[in-house]
Design a protein around this ligand. Structure first.
Ligand code: ARG
Length: 563
């Protein structure tokens, strides 16, 4: 039984407005003394030619107390509903416990496939914190959709194609040192790539050689392909170490090279639809209809580019997955690129271009400069993770030296702290990262939220067996009802998070849950309460822990057993 829906049905029986519309209009009042749900009567006023206050008053008189509603009161143009707390409490706690890890799932999404592309680093280049930010956001967005019952595919569109790989092959043939590369592949490849550019300034032959090897690559020359494959394998090996630390998996690593042989078809289609315009030898698509600058598809030397591969990739994805949504979680600096890709697809007549979505991400900045690396401006993701674990270990040694599984817990808290900081605000807002804030055990932080779960969980462990048939009507304090209402609003948080592609909605939700649970825990006895109350509070705690676990899981954070 969905209380909001039941209330909407009551209203719809009395006025001339569609149920869906009523559901949309129903709000949660800003203060709990104003009721649990409110229906604004302003829109009805126009149709009914009466003042909203009058309508609210008349409606309030027609609503009788029942199992759903305790009372309905008119306040100005609003009709405020006070729900039957005890029935609501029973319903929500039972619902959470019955559904378990599937609590919050929506029915009806099973046949819709949502593609979420995220991470997508370039091979032979370091994986820096910016990639990690994007990876953490994308992974969480995918989990939101998955939890809502959609079929999802996690795509890693690896950057593994382009003229730079011709140069890297040349550099490798000249200066590649197998042993060094095997030990620290990405830095070593970066080193010889930088050297290539330095040397190329002195010797023109190098550029030519680089171009030649890229041609070889394009023509599938086995020797060049083997070297390039090696770069790719080594890079993926390194990237996967990070993904493992973050507990992130992908369903596909099909990157730019995968689409290289799929470009001719797209180009043929563009020609057939007369969409390619000549511009000083290059081929462009005119996007003025969308108020966008033209999209360059083929360069004047005949070479294809990044855009060309994205066009081919989108069509491939539509055919392979018949997606409901095709979501690109990629840095906000590529906004124009994606507008051009989607605009071009639209001109090609692909209506599904409207189902493609660029979900932009902002930047990570560091408050304490101590973390800037030895090598210029980029900060490697691995360094941040390592440092988080070291710092967390220190904190544990100070606070709780006898903790069991210290190493595991340090990892869970340290990585959780970074993830929380990354997902705390809108993905479009730059993150100013500070260790002090991230690793604080108080206030809004990963450790604070994890601690909420740990507390609840340890009470459940201490209690041993739990009376599953406890009488929940004894839960009648405001702190308890606040928790119940939060449990009930988890579905709304999920829905909002999916609609806006914003994991922070879940972060905010789980933080509110931790605050409410702490308040409850600090104000009321649980294990020491009298039997009936204890039983009910344990069931409430169990429901809260379940929702903690689900929400933290969606963010990609772990739930330590103790800390
Ligand atoms: N590899 C690119 C980069 O690091 C991001 C790829 C984004 N995805 C895409 N389909 N274009 O900038």
């Amino acid at each position: 039984m969905d209380f909001k829906l039941e209330i909407a049905k009551k209203i719809s029986g009395m006025v001339d407005m569609e149920l869906e519309k009523i559901i949309d209009l129903i709000e949660i009042p800003p203060q709990s003394n104003m009721g649990d749900y409110a229906f604004p009567c302003f829109q009805l006023a126009r149709v009914m030619r009466k003042s909203p206050n009058m309508i609210a008053k008349e409606l309030s008189e027609k609503i009788d107390k029942d199992l759903i509603v305790d009372k309905a009161e008119a306040a100005g143009g609003y009709l405020n509903f006070f729900i039957n707390k005890s029935e609501y409490t029973k319903y929500i706690i039972n619902d959470v416990l019955e559904k378990g890890s599937a609590y919050g799932r929506q029915i009806g999404n099973e046949d819709k496939t949502v593609l979420v592309e995220f991470s997508s680093p370039n091979i032979a280049k370091p994986f820096h914190v910016g990639h990690m930010f994007n990876t953490v956001i994308g992974s969480s967005i995918e989990k939101v959709f998955r939890h809502l019952g959609y079929k999802t595919e996690r795509l890693n569109h690896i950057g593994d194609y382009g003229t730079q790989f011709g140069k890297l092959i040349s550099a490798y043939k000249r200066w590649g040192n197998e042993e060094a590369i095997d030990k620290d592949p990405i830095n070593e490849l970066l080193k010889i790539y930088v050297k290539f550019h330095e040397e190329a300034e002195k010797d023109e032959e190098l550029e030519k050689e680089g171009r030649m090897y890229f041609k070889h690559l394009e023509k599938n020359n086995p020797d060049s392909v083997a070297i390039w494959q090696k770069f790719k394998d080594l890079s993926l090996r390194e990237f996967k170490k990070l993904y493992n630390l973050l507990n992130i998996e992908f369903d596909s690593y099909a990157g730019e090279s995968f689409y290289s042989d799929k470009m001719p078809e797209i180009i043929d289609m563009l020609y057939a639809k007369n969409l390619l315009v000549d511009s000083e030898g290059a081929k462009i698509v005119d996007l003025s209809e969308f108020n966008l600058p033209p999209c360059l598809v083929i360069k004047s030397d005949g070479a294809t580019i990044y855009v060309t591969r994205d066009l081919a990739a989108a069509l491939y994805r539509k055919r392979a997955y018949d997606f409901y949504k095709n979501v690109y979680v990629v840095g906000g600096t590529q906004t124009l690129h994606f507008k051009q890709v989607f605009g071009t697809l639209k001109l090609m007549g692909f209506e599904w271009a409207d189902d493609c979505e660029h979900v932009g991400t902002a930047l990570i900045k560091f408050a304490d400069k101590k973390l800037s690396t030895r090598k210029g401006d980029v900060i490697f993701a691995k360094e941040v993770i390592d440092e988080a674990i070291v710092k967390t270990t220190e904190i544990i040694e100070n606070k709780n030296p006898n903790l069991k599984n210290k190493e595991l817990v340090a990892k869970q808290i340290g990585i959780g702290a970074i993830i929380y900081t990354f997902l705390k605000n809108s993905r479009e807002r730059d993150v100013v990262f500070s260790w002090e804030e991230s690793l604080s055990f108080e206030g809004e932080s990963g450790p604070y939220v994890q601690y909420g779960y740990v507390r609840g969980n340890s009470i459940l462990n201490k209690a041993g067996t739990i009376n599953e048939n406890a009488d929940l009507s004894v839960l009648n304090t405001e702190d308890e009802f606040n928790l119940v209402k939060l449990l009930g609003s988890f579905k709304d948080a999920l829905k909002e998070s999916a609609e806006r592609y914003e994991p922070f909605v879940i972060t905010r939700y789980v933080t509110d849950l931790a605050k409410a649970y702490n308040k409850f825990y600090n104000t009321h006895h649980i294990l020491n309460a009298e039997e009936k109350v204890k039983d009910a509070r344990l069931l409430l705690t169990k429901a809260v822990c379940n929702v903690f676990k689900i929400s933290l899981g969606i963010l990609g954070m772990e739930t330590p057993e103790s800390m």
